[in-house]
Unconditional design. Structure first.
Length: 353
């Protein structure tokens, strides 16, 4: 079975306008599922204008059943959702006409109405408790997409709950699927590396308000936490503006350097809501044993959880517990040789029938 797999991308530089594929969480999730599938050939779409094509090609050079194809994406994820199927119509005809024996489309991008059987991955959808008009505007299209799909995956139970609240007839179409990382993409944990001290790691986009960078900086300055900690910031989409606080250290790692740093177990402060948006990167923090401060969540137990952002300073002043690397991450991480329960030839054949 040959598959066309089209992720959505949002990690785009504010300086150059180019996408950084390997820094994008949706792409990391996509490749985890691609590697856990047993399809014959997988064509994975990436944007035309990317800054890390050479590194991407090198990283997956041994994945013989994977081929990357470049397609036209919008200037951001919103524009991509609005225009993708129209602007790529001629390229899609090449796959829909099956010259590559393409039998299936798997995509994160809502609204496909072409002839290929389709599975949608909706990693983020409308939730009434979150103010995200850039997501909410596509909800009607999402529901129509779910209706025509073989099935649609979502990343957390809350997404499914709200979709079925609006459309209970879709209960057999929506599957909560939290597998979003793969050990084949993660260098081995090296316990001989001593944990790094006095550093907080911030690998998130400064421009994304969900991570609450401005509030984090305010608390840091008000509580004088810069006297005890530095904050290492990767600024993956080049949105960090000067002048920088004195406690901020810019760090632009390659993918390999990123994982080397995680293996040193810096403290991570992740202030998004795990129960409404599950990030592959969050799972990686726990995989490498980084003491990770989050809000409490039903989906993922964390001994370092705090109830509110006002508790951040006290959490950092306490002795932070190193997360137990023996904790069960099976619901989130594929092991080597594991075939995904959904993304396999037999399941897709059964779904089509």
């Amino acid at each position: 079975m040959n598959v066309l797999w089209i992720p959505i991308f949002s990690m785009r530089s504010h300086e150059t306008g180019k996408y950084s594929v390997l820094k994008d969480g949706n792409f990391q999730l996509t490749m985890a599922r691609v590697l856990a599938s047993d399809f014959g050939r997988v064509f994975v779409a990436v944007p035309n204008d990317i800054s890390d094509l050479q590194e991407l090609t090198e990283r997956f050079k041994d994945s013989k059943n994977v081929a990357f194809i470049q397609m036209t994406y919008g200037i951001n994820a919103v524009e991509t959702r609005e225009t993708f199927w129209d602007v790529n119509a001629s390229m899609m005809e090449n796959f829909e006409g099956t010259p590559n024996n393409t039998e299936l489309l798997i995509t994160d991008i809502t609204g496909y109405v072409g002839p290929l059987p389709v599975v949608f991955n909706f990693n983020i959808t409308k939730l009434p408790e979150l103010d995200r008009p850039y997501i909410d505007r596509f909800f009607d299209t999402d529901l129509k997409s779910i209706e025509r799909s073989l099935f649609t995956t979502v990343l957390n139970p809350r997404q499914r709950e709200y979709i079925l609240q609006e459309r209970p007839d879709l209960k057999d179409k929506v599957v909560v699927h939290t597998k979003c990382a793969h050990t084949a993409l993660l260098p081995s944990v090296d316990d001989s590396v001593p944990p790094i001290k006095g550093l907080i790691f911030w690998p998130f986009r400064i421009s994304d308000t969900a991570y609450r960078w401005d509030e984090f900086v305010r608390i840091f300055e008000e509580q004088h936490l810069g006297e005890y900690f530095n904050v290492v910031v990767t600024d993956p989409n080049d949105s960090l503006k000067a002048p920088l606080p004195l406690f901020v250290i810019p760090f632009r790692p390659s993918k390999a350097e990123y994982y080397e740093f995680l293996n040193k177990r810096p403290i991570v402060v992740m202030l998004d809501d795990i129960d409404t948006v599950l990030h592959p990167g969050t799972i990686e923090f726990f995989y490498y044993g980084c003491p990770t401060i989050t809000f409490g969540a039903k989906l993922l137990h964390n001994p370092n959880a705090i109830p509110t952002i006002d508790m951040l300073a006290s959490a950092l002043s306490d002795d932070i517990i190193n997360y137990d690397r023996r904790a069960d991450l099976t619901p989130f991480v594929y092991s080597i040789g594991e075939i995904d329960m959904l993304y396999n030839k037999r399941n897709m054949t059964d779904a089509k029938n």
